[in-house]
Structures are given as C-alpha cells and as structure tokens.
Design a protein around this ligand. Structure first.
Ligand SMILES: C[S@@+](CC[C@H](N)C(=O)[O-])C[C@H]1O[C@@H](n2cnc3c(N)ncnc32)[C@H](O)[C@@H]1O
Length: 323
C-alpha cells in the first residue's frame, strides 16, 4: 500500500467514524467513487432521468466556439485543470474543439478515482494523441495547494457536472476562496451549476426507475465492508431521495429497514440503527442565476460569462477574479 493510499484510508476511517457518530448520522458523498462507484456513476450519466450530463454536453457541443473565445481571452495558450474530472466525456468535446482551432493547451485532470482516470486516459490518448496531458490521482482539496506554482501560463480551472451541488453553501464559498488563493490575475474558473426547475424533474434524477442511483448509494456500505471490515447487510437498507423546493436542494438518504447493529472492525466500534432511521448521504443543491452571482461576489470573483442549455436547465458559469 502506498503512503497516499494509507492516508486516504485513514481519512476514510476517520470520516466514517465521525459521520456515524453524529446525529443525524451521515456519510460523505466524497467516498462514493471507488472503482465500482465510478462505474455506477458512468451508468447514471446515461440514464434518461439524469438530465444534468446531457444539458452540459449540449452547452459544450453548441457553444464550444464561444467558450473557446472566452477561455483564450485574446491569447491562444492556456492550461486546463479539471477538478473531479470523472471519465472526461464532456470535456473531450471542448478539448477537441480547442485542438481544431490550434490552441496551445495542456490538460490536467484530477480525480480521486483511479478507475475514472484510467477511462479518461484511454479515451483521450486515443482521440487526441498530440494533447499534452498530466493526470493526477488524489483528493482535490489536498492537490489544490500545489496548483499555485504551475507552468506560469494562464490557468482555466474547471469544476463541472454540478459537482459543486454536493457542497453546502458555506463549503462552496470556502472552496471557491481556496481556489482563488491559487489563481493568478488572468486565470479563470469554469463551474457547472444545475438550475432550479420543475421539482418533479429534479427528484427523478436522484431516484431513477432502474435503481442505479440506489445501487450507487448502497455501494458506499459495500465499500465500508470491504475497506474497513464492516458488516452492513445491504438487504436491510433502502435508498430514499427527496427534493426540498424552499432550500432548492435534493437530498438522498439510506434508510435502515429494521433495528440493527453494524460492527466496523477498523474503527473497533458497533453502531446502532433504529428501524427507519435515516443516514444522510448527499446534498444536490440547485441554483438561480442570482445565487451564482452572489456566491461569486462573496468568494472574490466576478461572473465573466454564463452559458445556458436551450431549456435553461443548467448553467456553466465562467468566473474571473474580482478587481
Ligand atoms: C459527479 S462526478 C462528475 C464527473 C465529471 N466532472 C462530470 O462532469 O461528468 C464527481 C467526480 O469527482 C470525483 N471526486 C469526488 N470527490 C473528489 C475529491 N475530493 N477529490 C478528487 N476527486 C473527487 C469523483 O471521483 C467523480 O469522478
């Protein structure tokens, strides 16, 4: 086991202990993405209910030239750094366009999941043999600090797929400020936000008919069993998703079907769950354009340009440092 892996495992154990000791109990969505979790997320992105991926893809396909104009900012060379890149399917559309326009770019995808990075590397090295690429496996919160001293060229940081929706507002602002601290004057930040829409459409995205999202959530219990020696019986749990329109947020939970005890060897602890007790798994925050502007201002940024899909479901927002 490498030092990085053992640090990640310790952090995983610490976070599970903290989450299952809190009231209400919770588990961090950051740990969804083991290899199986990454594979399941790639399946989620293809589901008819999961509109988010298709909206962002539509923006990239239809507006690649405008995005390029905004990224190049009069120049032609920049470093693309993507936080939580996943399999990079949508980013490939942008990269392909930038290369067609002879842009001088490098691409650095960062992801906690080696499985996702392997899928991305296979795809990108096949499609773009001339692209300069440096993949980095690890937690972007840890890797962030090292981004300060890059190549000296202009950086465009990307945080796509409504990944930001998994943070609370406070966490988002802290995260954006941390990003700001590693950015130079002409660097840009490109973020995917899922917008408010019919709540029925939103809730279905987190509770699909085939049960892939349920499987994705339950997989975290499987991961605890395998990596931390837990004895969760997955048949005793059910996935539940709800959308709260006042808070503009979808939330997902795993619900204990019966009163039960679960032992986790690595923590040397047994946790008690009541019948129908909920473990909070993930928040998926939705936004209005003014919420996006407010968050940018609060974190020391200005919105340079917003890109929307045709239905106005989704917004990729490009930020520059505030003066
Ligand atoms: C919701 S998916 C989005 C993937 C991609 N950006 C997209 O739009 O399709 C989140 C991705 O972020 C990665 N991820 C989650 N938390 C992370 C962390 N703390 N550090 C690095 N990667 C992380 C996951 O492995 C996963 O590939």
């Amino acid at each position: 086991m490498t030092a990085t892996h053992s640090t990640e495992l310790n952090q995983f154990a610490t976070d599970v202990l903290e989450g299952l000791s809190s009231d209400p109990k919770q588990l961090s969505s950051k740990y969804f993405y083991d290899d199986e979790g990454s594979r399941l997320f790639q399946e989620i992105m293809k589901l008819p209910e999961y509109y988010l991926t298709r909206c962002e893809l539509e923006i990239f396909e239809k507006q690649a030239e405008s995005i390029y104009a905004a990224f190049r900012n009069g120049g032609n060379s920049f470093d693309l750094i993507e936080l939580g890149a996943g399999d990079g399917t949508k980013t490939a559309v942008l990269v392909s366009h930038f290369l067609e326009r002879n842009a001088d770019i490098t691409y650095s995808p960062i992801d906690i999941s080696q499985e996702a990075l392997d899928a991305l590397s296979d795809k990108f090295s096949g499609e773009f043999p001339s692209l300069r690429m440096e993949t980095r496996q690890g937690d972007y919160f840890q890797i962030l600090k090292s981004l300060k001293n890059g190549s000296g060229r202009r950086k465009v940081l990307m945080f796509l797929g409504s990944n930001i929706g998994n943070f609370t507002r406070e966490q988002s602002v802290t995260f954006f400020r941390d990003l700001r601290a590693v950015m130079n004057e002409n660097d840009l930040l490109f973020i995917g936000f899922d917008l408010l829409k019919d709540p029925h459409v939103i809730v279905r995205a987190y509770d699909d008919e085939r049960g892939v999202t349920a499987e994705f959530n339950l997989n975290l219990l499987r991961r605890i069993n395998r990596e931390l020696g837990g004895n969760f019986d997955l048949d005793k749990w059910t996935h539940y998703a709800v959308y709260r329109p006042v808070q503009c947020a979808a939330r997902s939970f795993l619900i204990s079907r019966e009163k039960q005890s679960v032992h986790i060897k690595a923590l040397d602890r047994t946790f008690e769950f009541d019948q129908w007790e909920a473990v909070f798994m993930e928040i998926s925050q939705k936004y209005t354009v003014s919420m996006i502007q407010e968050m940018a201002a609060e974190s020391g940024f200005e919105v340079k340009q917003n890109f929307f899909d045709d239905r106005g479901y989704y917004c990729d927002s490009l930020w520059k440092l505030a003066k």
